[in-house]
Structure formats: structure tokens, C-alpha cells
Write a protein that binds this ligand. Structure first.
Ligand code: NAD
Length: 371
């Protein structure tokens, strides 16, 4: 078996603390399951700025480009609030996304049975939820030109952002959604605003054509993005995979994420196009949360989002489906057993729950995985 090269970028704040728990899982897999992961580690965000004066160095960027997958912790914090804009911590993450051409952002929203009563929605609406939002990440209104504020000279100004998509950008994100649906419940719902936006009309056409050409076995539906937001809150279990553009995806994935509770539980993956020679996609896996400066260094961070991001890495970068299933089942088991970091501990407390910190939670997940 060839080596599986992982490049770790723990970053700032709770990033390194959460990454430490993933390291333990990787070391266990290498020692007991001959998984063959090779690890290298670099700096990103504020820690890279302190060392090199930029959000990520060229040398670490080259390592990220060469790795089979990148595991990313979190960046930022008050210490770097005043550094120049182009070298701020987030610039490291944006460069990774841009240079690796990570156009597909995958955000699962899964409701673990043990946490079904901690959502702001009713338990029966949320119990058993397992949906996946596929967001286009490198195009659309966040990047389209012109993008400017013009002084009109009469005391008024005009601001313009441009929503722009080309055929290939929609085809490739739709293909990712259809491919992933085939590994799940085989249903895709595409969301746009075809009633008021030309780009929405075009998005709808291209998704429909891609489906007709290559994916007729997958069930495709369309929904206006505003109605989609409403339906996500009304009855989220009606969806399997949702595919949408950068702007709507930004909002809809946050809505879907919060259906399930704490930020400390949410993993994500960002994928690039398959390499024509090897078929492998560039990929970066990261928790949705930030560096949580308010709890950094206290040992209180929930490492589950980071561990679940590694489970996505096993599934999507290495096709280690059995290991990914087992790791996700281990997370569900420790939650069932009552282990809770502060962010998922009900404020009124509950008999039978065990308050734990980062390391104990990581140890419990590893013990459940090792079985
Ligand atoms: P945040 O996600 O860091 O924290 C929001 C709240 O959630 C905090 O109260 C925090 O304690 C809690 N929280 C987050 N993750 C947790 C975990 N794993 N366990 C327990 N509690 C957790 O968002 P923020 O406070 O808005 O931002 C803090 C810093 O992180 C800022 O510098 C911001 O720019 C940066 N940030 C980075 C990323 C990233 O690296 N991808 C994402 C968002 C924010």
C-alpha cells in the first residue's frame, strides 16, 4: 500500500488542542491497523504570521499542494486583529482554498440521537437528520467582477457585486452533488433564485442538463433558495443532498448546521477537481468553528468537529469507508454514554451526563473506536 500523506495545519487558539485529539486517532490507526499515514505539520494563520509575517508561507503552501489531504484546525484571534489585511490569519485559509482550487464545500448536518433534545427545533423534526449541503466555493458573487464602490460625484455612491457563473463551474459542482447522492439516499435538491436572477435560471438549466446527461438514476428536484431556507427549518428531513451556489450556500449551510446544535460538533470538507492522471482530488478538511479565543488554552474545547472532519477525510480522500463509519459511530457512542464538553452540556445539567474536557473527550472517542 502506498503511503497516505496528511499535512496538518493546526493553526491558532483551540485549533492545536482539537488537532491533538485527531493525532491520537491517526497514531492508533497506524499502530493497530497498519493505516500507513505519514504526517507533516505546518503553520497557518496567526502562528504563521508570527513566524513568517504571512498567513501561510510558500513552503507550507507547497506541502499542502503535494499532500493527499490537508487537515486544518482554526485561525485567528485578538492578538492579530490589527495586522495588515493581506497577511491576516484568514488570508492563509483563503490562499489554501484558492491555490488548491477547492470549489466544492461539503457540510453535513447530522443529528446525533443523544443530542436531539438540544436543538432549538422540536425533537421529532430533528431526530435522525442526515443531510449534506454542497456549496460552490470559488465562484459567484463573492468573486465576480466588477466588484466596486463608485463615487457618482453628486453626493451619492454606487456599490456593485457581480453574480457570475460559467457552465463548467455549475457542471462540476452538480457532478459532485450527484456523485455523493449515489453514496447516500440518491436524491439531490438544487437551490437558486431562477424567478428573479438570470444566473439562477442558468444554474437551473445546467444542473438539469448535467442530470439528464450523466445522472438520470439520481432523483433531482429544484427549489427556490428562499423557500429552501424555510423548508430547512420546517422539515429538514425531506432533503438528502442540497446543491447551491456560493452565496446561498453560505447562508443555507449555516442554517442547516445550527439545526443540530453546537459549533463544536460540525465538520466540513472542501474538495477540488479530480487530477486527470491519478483521479485524486485535492482536499482540505476543517471544523466549521473558529479558534474560540474565549476558551483557548483551558482544555475545554470540544474536539468532535475536528475528529468528524478527519472521518470525512477517511471517507472522501482515502475511501476508508469502514474506518469512517466506525469513527462516526464512536462519536455517537460517547455521546450516548453521556460524555459532554461544556458547549454541549445542557445549562440545567442532566443526571447521567459526564462533564469532560478536550483530552477526555478525545480519549473516549478513541476508546470507543478501538472497541
Ligand atoms: P468561534 O467559532 O471561534 O467561537 C464562537 C463561540 O463558539 C465561542 O463562544 C466559542 O467558545 C464556541 N466554540 C467554538 N468552537 C468550539 C468548540 N470546538 N468547543 C467548544 N466551544 C466552541 O467564532 P468567533 O468567536 O466568531 O471567532 C473567533 C476567531 O476565530 C476570530 O478570530 C475569527 O476570525 C476566527 N474564525 C476562524 C474560522 C476558521 O479558522 N475557519 C472560522 C470562524 C472564525
Amino acid at each position: 500500500m502506498s503511503a497516505r500523506n496528511l499535512f496538518l495545519l493546526p493553526g491558532d487558539g483551540i485549533g492545536p488542542e482539537a488537532m491533538g485529539e485527531v493525532r491520537k486517532v491517526i497514531e492508533h490507526m497506524n499502530t493497530h491497523e497498519a493505516a500507513g499515514f505519514t504526517l507533516d505539520e505546518g503553520l497557518v494563520g496567526g502562528s504563521a504570521y508570527d513566524a513568517h509575517g504571512e498567513g501561510i508561507s510558500d513552503a507550507d503552501m507547497a506541502k499542502a499542494m503535494a499532500a493527499d489531504a490537508v487537515l486544518f484546525g482554526a485561525v485567528g484571534g485578538p492578538k492579530w486583529d490589527k495586522v495588515p489585511y493581506e497577511v491576516r490569519p484568514e488570508a492563509g485559509l483563503l490562499r489554501l482554498r484558492k491555490d488548491m482550487e477547492l470549489f466544492a464545500n461539503l457540510r453535513p448536518a447530522i443529528c446525533y440521537p443523544a443530542l436531539a433534545n438540544s436543538s432549538s427545533l422540536k425533537q421529532d423534526v430533528i431526530e435522525g437528520l442526515d443531510i449534506l449541503i454542497v456549496r460552490e466555493l470559488t465562484g459567484g458573487v463573492y468573486f465576480g467582477e466588477p466588484k466596486e464602490i463608485t463615487d457618482l460625484g453628486n453626493g451619492q455612491k454606487r456599490a456593485v457585486d457581480t453574480q457570475v457563473y460559467e457552465t463548467y463551474e455549475i457542471e462540476r459542482i452538480a457532478a459532485v452533488a450527484f456523485d455523493l447522492a449515489r453514496t447516500r439516499d440518491n436524491r439531490v435538491c438544487s437551490m437558486e433564485k431562477r424567478n428573479v436572477m438570470k444566473s439562477g435560471l442558468f444554474w437551473n438549466e445546467v444542473v438539469t442538463a448535467t442530470h439528464a446527461r450523466d445522472y438520470q438514476d439520481v432523483e433531482l428536484s429544484h427549489m427556490l433558495a428562499d423557500a429552501g431556507g424555510m423548508q430547512l427549518v420546517r422539515w429538514p428531513k425531506q432533503f438528502d443532498v442540497i446543491v447551491t451556489d456560493n452565496l446561498f450556500g453560505d447562508m443555507l449551510s449555516d442554517v442547516a448546521a445550527m439545526l443540530t446544535g453546537s459549533l463544536g460538533m460540525l465538520p466540513s470538507a472542501s474538495l477540488g477537481a479530480p487530477d486527470p492522471a491519478t483521479g485524486k482530488r485535492k482536499a482540505l478538511y476543517e471544523p466549521v468553528h473558529g479558534s474560540a479565543p474565549d476558551i483557548a488554552g483551558t482544555g475545554a474545547a470540544n474536539p468532535i468537529a475536528m475528529i468528524a472532519s478527519f472521518a470525512m477525510c477517511l471517507r472522501y480522500s482515502f475511501e476508508m469507508i469502514d474506518e469512517a463509519d466506525r469513527l462516526e459511530a464512536a462519536i455517537a457512542k460517547v455521546l450516548d454514554e453521556g460524555y459532554r464538553t461544556g458547549d454541549i452540556m445542557p445549562s440545567d445539567g442532566q443526571a447521567g451526563l459526564k462533564a469532560v474536557g478536550t483530552v477526555e473527550m478525545g480519549d473516549a472517542v478513541l476508546a470507543a473506536y478501538a472497541g
